[in-house]
Design a protein around this ligand. Structure first.
Ligand code: R5P
Length: 326
């Protein structure tokens, strides 16, 4: 039996895609529950299949999937599971996507481009999802793409706890936003740590043709211990170049705090650069052994997800979990 049942007869079930089952197991452990036994398979043709090994009729179902490569397959698996739940009469279905897929395609930057983050929301809805839960959306407006409740969770409390312990009472910290898009979040960090803010402004170098950009730093980083915050690290290119710019401008150290470890391409090499002291991420996505390195710290997001799931199931408040966090 995987379900949690209340005296009033409400039943919660946790279902996991195959992308990162350990995360669902950790969430289940926090909730003192079990992940529902599911027969999930890929046929020789590449088509996916899922069936739950017991009844889900009338349940409050949470389908957890991590959207990492092979991302399109992992999305499809979650959709298939949602569809199976709907057809098996689950009462309410929540898509738990700790890292929202295609979140960087949230607007048309140029003509003839898709808005794939919106398409994801439409697909989840069409499959039968009633609500979505996600952590640190790349753009907050993605909440509005889904026609239904979206629980937008913030990893900041998890990361902040770690840094408060680590920083103690050192007073040379500067919070850095790696680009203009992260300024709002970095500003909250600076407020929380009572530390000044610096911003990296990427701009084209007018003296060099094509794609070369210059990293201009707004704020003083000389002699400062820089804490650079970002929502995700994909290839690590953004962070590595920004860290280099900080050190070249006199920073005494650079530490990175990011929520989603996408870690594709050359990420590990980029992050292992001399001018980066430590990289701290959460496990909204799995970090395989070949992407682990000495300077990397991975914090568990499971307690946060479990708390939010508990609140949703019991009609509690998710907002109150983050009073003033972002
Ligand atoms: C950009 O807007 C994002 O917040 C990340 O900074 C970026 O997508 C990370 O990608 P990469 O690690 O490949 O530079």
């Amino acid at each position: 039996m995987g379900a949690i049942e209340t005296a009033a007869g409400k039943k919660l079930v946790l279902i996991s895609g195959r992308a990162y089952p350990e995360l669902a197991e950790n969430v289940a452990a926090e909730l003192n529950a079990q992940v529902l036994a599911t027969d999930a398979r890929t046929f020789a043709s590449g088509e996916l299949y899922a069936r739950f090994n017991e009844s889900v009729r009338g349940t409050d179902a949470f389908v957890i999937q991590s959207h990492i490569a092979p991302i399109n397959e992992n999305i499809m698996e979650q959709l298939v599971m949602v569809d199976a739940l709907k057809r098996a009469s689950a009462k309410r279905i929540t898509v738990v996507a700790p890292f929202y897929p295609y979140s960087r395609q949230d607007k048309k930057g140029r003509g003839r481009e898709p808005i794939s983050a919106r398409l994801m929301a439409d697909l989840f809805k069409a499959a039968g999802a009633d609500r979505i839960m996600s952590v640190d959306l790349h753009a907050a407006q993605i909440q509005g793409f889904f026609d239904g409740p979206v629980d937008h969770l913030f990893a900041m409390p998890v990361l902040l706890d770690y840094f408060r312990d680590k920083l103690g009472d050192r007073n040379d910290v500067t919070v850095v936003s790696p680009d203009m898009g992260r300024v709002r979040v970095a500003d909250v960090w600076s407020d929380r740590l009572n530390a000044p803010l610096a911003i990296i402004h990427k701009r084209r170098d007018p003296t060099v043709a094509n794609k070369v950009s210059m990293h201009e730093i707004v704020g003083n980083v000389e002699g400062r211990w820089c804490l650079m915050v970002d929502d995700m690290i994909d290839t690590g290119g953004t962070i590595a170049k920004a860290a280099e710019a900080l050190v070249k401008n006199g920073a005494r150290g650079v530490t990175i705090a990011a929520t989603h470890p996408v870690f594709s391409g050359d990420a590990v090499n980029n992050l292992n650069a001399d001018y980066i002291d430590e990289v701290v991420v959460t496990d909204t996505l799995p970090v395989p052994a070949n992407c682990r390195f000495e300077k990397l710290t991975v914090l568990s997001i499971a307690p946060l997800l479990a708390k939010a799931i508990h609140q949703v199931f019991h009609d509690g408040s998710v907002t109150s979990m983050f009073e003033g966090a972002a």
